[in-house]
Write a protein that binds this ligand. Structure first.
Ligand SMILES: [Zn+2]
Length: 205
């Protein structure tokens, strides 16, 4: 009898325990507010070239990954890469150094000239209009560093809190006759990092 009562209380407490968890489940998760509270660390190196100011909210659903280096001076020096962009009047929104430091070159809402004549697999042209461009400092004879992959994944996950990103493409995918970058870039590695970081973030909530 005592034993039966004990089990009855035990199962009741388990049931109550489950029941108490229910309302918490139903509460909405506010990802955007959390992301805004902790801005991603980056260095501002804003470009006054290669940009078209955008009136109103630009709709963005694509991230274009590029690689670049400087042909003048130290090839992997961010400021030298910036100067090359200036010379050709082009820019991406972000530049990631070999050490994983993210440089902000343009506001996400502005159109940046990074893709040139380009076409998506779905037929849409002028990809600059609806994309954010990210350059990784690298050359054809090198590989992006681990720090760059990690920073790129963090940056894309951060961008995803502001835009509904449906496509992550390499420059050569959208301009195959003109471009060969991102050089020696592994999209599978990026995909794994994007998922791992997302889950790590969810686990710490
Ligand atoms: Zn490119």
């Amino acid at each position: 009898m005592i034993r039966a009562a004990f089990f009855a209380i035990l199962s009741l407490s388990v049931f109550v325990g489950c029941a108490q968890k229910e309302p918490a489940k139903a509460e909405p998760t506010v990802i955007k507010a959390n992301a805004k509270a902790k801005p991603l660390p980056m260095v501002e190196m804003l470009a006054d070239f290669g940009i078209e100011k955008w009136e109103g909210n630009r709709s963005v659903d694509t991230v274009v990954v590029h690689t670049a280096h400087s042909v003048e001076g130290e090839p992997y020096e961010p400021k030298n890469v910036y100067n090359i962009f200036k010379k050709y009047n082009v820019t991406s929104h972000y530049l990631i150094g070999r050490d994983g430091v993210i440089y902000k070159l343009a506001d996400e809402n502005d159109l940046a000239h990074h893709a040139g004549v380009s076409k998506m697999a779905d037929g849409r042209e002028s990809v600059n209009r609806f994309s954010i461009g990210i350059e990784l400092i690298n050359s054809k004879i090198d590989y992006p560093t681990r720090a760059q992959y990690i920073a790129l994944a963090k940056l894309i996950n951060d961008i995803k809190t502001r835009y509904d990103i449906k496509f992550i493409v390499g420059h050569k995918e959208i301009a195959p006759t003109r471009k060969s970058d991102p050089w020696n870039f592994d999209f599978d590695e990026l995909a794994i990092l994007l998922e791992t970081q997302k889950h790590a973030k969810e686990a710490t909530k």
